[in-house]
Design a protein around this ligand. Structure first.
Ligand code: 9MR
Length: 441
């Protein structure tokens, strides 16, 4: 019987997962960048967001700030404030910037989409736009998503302002204009649903191969990687490899893994496995240069707005706590950390169940919240008042001086997510029998 209220019980967080190495250090050690999409107003208005953005990543992508509708909302009237802010933040934090995006069918300003321009006018407007934007940030952008999302799912060209006016040659033109404007930026084509080998990625593959053959300035391919839980394509690595074999860099540019809400422990574990699979696929191919997530936390993600009922797609929960996916990425990048969140670390409670003159019985219960688990747990504490442990059950315990350390029995070494394990012991005491603080790892 627990007499916790009478004699007290202490719960201390496990120390095993403290002070994980930031992803940026782990990624740097592996020779790749790790990035995220960011919004300027959050960098300045949300301290938790800014701290994560500044300390965990080596690369930032403006989520919306460099899109045409953001930078030139009225013709000839530019607003660079947010894009400048993000570039400055990245420089202050020793980070690179992926420019996103110069040419897209979406998020174009109204003056452009409903301006009734001729094909020749559109071509001139596009050339000027690329020269202006890529020129403004010349030397400050590591890589530009020059053209974004140019294909339909069946591999045909998407109908867009640009394709309809200029035909498929708009892609090569855009690349050339971008090279002129910023000769040192790596120039990418970027798309979604091209992560595995399929009709759409075949089209991208054929396009970049022919661009290279023509001598068009193409340096890399961006695989956005907006995944659905459990659906990372099995051909991801092979697909990265075939682009690399063309002499191109490959980047994962917008990684997230959405799930039907509510998030459960099992779904978060699957998500962690999905994130890990992406990191491993990238690390397996030398020319996979980095991985960028799309939005810092679940509170920032675009997913719930676009896919009602879905969300929880990022590495941090809505309170900016790292999720199992974060730890899986860290582990895949060679970090030592595993487990915790979303509920936090596993804890232990110590309770004196029975006490008599000179002797007592106590129980220790190790509990893991959903999202955390322990394998081969170890519990330890110090007896502060001369107590001596005499006999334990459901664990192997030994005492050296004041220090008691306990290991599992053969059958209870795992504390599952959302579960608990208990063991007990007898001891001796005299004078007082205070409850010690138990650490568990
Ligand atoms: O995350 C972006 C969201 O805030 C914008 O409203 C949206 C507008 O289309 O674009 C989102 O980012 C997209 C990116 O620019 C291109 N690939 C798909 C991304 C998610 O929609």
């Amino acid at each position: 019987m627990c007499v916790c209220t009478a004699l007290g019980a202490l719960a201390l967080p496990s120390t095993a997962h403290a002070a994980d190495t930031p992803l940026r250090d782990l990624a740097a050690a592996k020779g790749i960048h790790i990035g995220n999409a960011v919004a300027g107003y959050k960098l300045s208005g949300n301290a938790q967001y800014a701290a994560i953005a500044g300390t965990q990543f080596t690369s930032l992508t403006p989520e919306n700030a460099m899109k045409w509708s953001s930078v030139e909302p009225a013709r000839g009237s530019y607003n660079w404030a947010e894009a400048d802010q993000i570039v400055a933040f990245a420089q202050e934090h020793d980070q690179q910037v992926r420019g996103h995006t110069l040419v897209w069918h979406s998020q174009n300003p109204g003056w452009l989409t409903s301006g009734g321009f001729s094909a020749a006018e559109l071509r001139a407007i596009l050339e000027r736009h690329i020269a202006t934007e890529a020129g403004r940030y010349r030397g400050k952008i590591a890589a530009w998503d020059v053209v974004n999302e140019m294909f339909n799912e069946d591999g045909t060209y998407r109908s867009s302002l640009w394709y309809n006016a200029m035909g498929p040659g708009y892609v090569a033109d855009a690349l050339r204009w971008a090279r002129q404007a910023d000769p040192n930026a790596k120039l990418y084509l970027n798309d979604y649903n091209v992560e595995g080998i399929n009709a759409k990625s075949d089209a991208l593959y054929n396009l970049v191969r022919s661009l290279k053959a023509q001598g068009a300035p193409i340096d890399g391919v961006g695989l956005q990687a907006h995944f659905v839980l459990g659906q990372v394509p099995s051909t991801l690595q092979a697909n990265i490899q075939r682009f690399a074999d063309l002499g191109l860099d490959v980047a994962i540019t917008e990684l997230d893994v959405r799930m039907q809400l509510p998030a459960t422990d099992a779904k978060l574990a699957q998500q962690a496995a999905d994130y890990s699979a992406v990191v491993k696929a990238c690390l397996a191919v030398g020319r996979c240069v980095g991985i960028t997530g799309w939005d810092i936390s679940d509170a920032d993600s675009w997913v719930p707005d676009v896919f009602p009922g879905y969300g929880a797609a990022t590495m941090y929960d809505a309170n900016y706590r790292p999720k199992p996916a974060y730890h899986a990425v860290a582990t895949a990048l060679g970090g030592g950390g595993t487990t915790p969140p979303p509920g936090g670390a596993c804890t232990a409670t110590y309770a004196v169940a029975n006490q008599w003159g000179g002797g007592f019985t106590a129980n220790v219960t190790i509990t893991c919240p959903p999202g955390s688990s322990l394998t081969n747990w170890q519990a330890a504490w110090d007896f502060g008042a001369g107590q001596r442990l005499t006999q334990a059950w459901n664990a192997g315990c030994r005492q050296e001086g004041t220090r008691v350390t306990c290991s599992p029995a053969s059958w209870n070494g795992s504390v599952p997510s959302g579960g608990s394990v208990s063991f007990g012991f007898n001891g001796t005491w005299s004078g007082s029998n205070p409850v010690p603080a138990v650490t568990v790892s």
